[in-house]
Design a protein around this ligand. Structure first.
Ligand SMILES: Cc1ncc(COP(=O)(O)O)c(C=O)c1O
Length: 389
């Protein structure tokens, strides 16, 4: 069997090994503390589920327009305008099968073979693979841990060449929880304008910020150099429903929807109706989940910092901590973070994701989208584990 050159450019997530092993242990009845998942542990709020039930009972179960129903596009742009003072029209909105599809289509529609894409490190792993798949050339920009992993416009500018076509920002960031301050975001957009680049701003965690107000670059009202990607997955605990969206230049979106029309077609019809409810109803559920994430973050980071040798930046958003474990890596065969994650799993029954998946060698990603009781138990286990080295 022969495979395309294109498909060989990408790989399944490097986190798969640990997660498979975790599944095996679980099947054997081992009680794991799982800090692996990149998704909310909360159920989807009841009023959103009920909207899908109503849609089902009304037989809203057919194909919809590929790029989403008009009612949903209008709900998205209205919510975005209210939250961020943007002014997108429904024609400048595309509904996608999760935020991931919007990233995929945005890159496929704009990158040519060899185009350079500036990608800050640590990065969400899919960015790297999608850039490769689209024929782009990732230009990695390490961020500084002692600056909280914040991307700086001055550092980005040094990497711009005549071949640069795109820069990718993800604030709040997966895996670090770093938030780029709004004034820095505006400087980054100004760079995109000056050098005629497309800035892909992945704002899937934009409502999950602990300091200050949620921010979207969409508030800039730029239509030529900015593609905003967002999702209901994290904001409304709707990962399985598969609804995301893109906001930007109508011509760019028209090219993205061509791809969608030949792959997935429309996002699930029932999920679109649920999404309308999510955007139009009061946003109390979002605030309630955020308050709970904040409690969990505070406990998790304090607990990690209390383990001798572990350093951890203070995440300003999303629901991940990204502690530096380099002090342990060369001790007693721990080697690299993949090995460390494996031993944490086997010996302490704690699941974490090695930082190699996100482009750094000295960290592990810990999701605190889990109960405080699990966080306490996980911290106790990790403390005992690291004390042995
Ligand atoms: C940074 C980032 N962007 C996009 C996504 C995609 O989420 P979804 O496709 O569920 O909307 C994720 C999911 O983990 C993410 O972490």
């Amino acid at each position: 069997m022969q495979f395309s050159e294109r498909i060989s450019r990408i790989s399944v997530s490097s986190t798969a090994a640990v997660l498979h092993k975790a599944d095996d242990l679980r099947a054997m009845g081992v009680e794991l503390i799982d800090f692996g998942p990149g998704e909310p542990d909360f159920p989807t709020p009841e009023h959103i589920k009920q909207a899908a039930v109503r849609a089902l009972e009304a037989n809203f179960t057919k194909y919809t327009p590929t790029g989403g129903i008009r009612e949903l596009k209008e709900a998205i742009v209205a919510r975005h305008a209210e939250d961020f003072d943007s002014n997108y029209s429904a024609a400048e909105c595309l509904v996608t099968v999760g935020g991931k599809q919007a990233v995929f289509e945005g890159m496929m529609a704009t990158l040519n073979e060899g185009d350079e894409v500036i990608l800050p490190v640590p990065y969400w792993a899919s960015f790297l693979d999608i850039i490769h798949y689209a024929g782009g050339k990732p230009v990695l920009l390490p961020t500084r841990e002692d600056e909280g992993f914040v991307v700086r416009a001055a550092a980005v500018e040094k990497l711009i060449t005549p071949h640069t076509r795109m820069m990718v920002l993800n604030s709040p960031n997966n895996p670090t929880g770093a938030v780029i301050p709004p004034e820095e975001m505006r400087k980054l957009l100004a760079l995109a304008v000056r050098y005629n680049l497309l800035l892909l701003s992945d704002e899937c965690y934009c409502h999950l910020v602990y300091e200050g107000q949620p921010f979207s670059l969409g508030s800039s009202r730029d239509r030529e150099h900015l593609l905003v990607v967002d999702s209901l997955s994290k904001t409304y605990a709707m990962t399985g429903w598969r609804v995301g969206f893109a906001l930007g230049n109508a011509k760019l979106l028209a090219n993205m929807v061509k791809l969608q029309s030949h792959s997935t077609s429309n996002p699930p019809s029932l999920a679109q109706k649920a999404a309308v409810e999510a955007f139009q109803a009061p946003q109390d559920c979002v605030h309630a989940m955020l308050a709970e994430y904040r409690r969990r973050r505070d406990r998790m980071v304090a607990g990690l910092r209390a383990i001798p040798g572990i350093q951890c930046t203070f995440p300003q958003g999303a629901f991940f901590a990204y502690p530096n474990v380099s002090a342990y890596l060369r001790r007693d065969g721990l080697g690299d973070t993949a090995l460390l994650a494996e031993r944490l799993l086997e010996e302490a029954h704690v699941v974490v994701v090695p930082g190699q998946a996100f482009g750094t060698q000295e960290h592990i990603r810990i999701s605190y989208a889990t109960s405080l009781a699990h966080i306490e138990e996980g911290l106790t286990r990790m403390e005992a584990f690291f004390a042995r080295f």
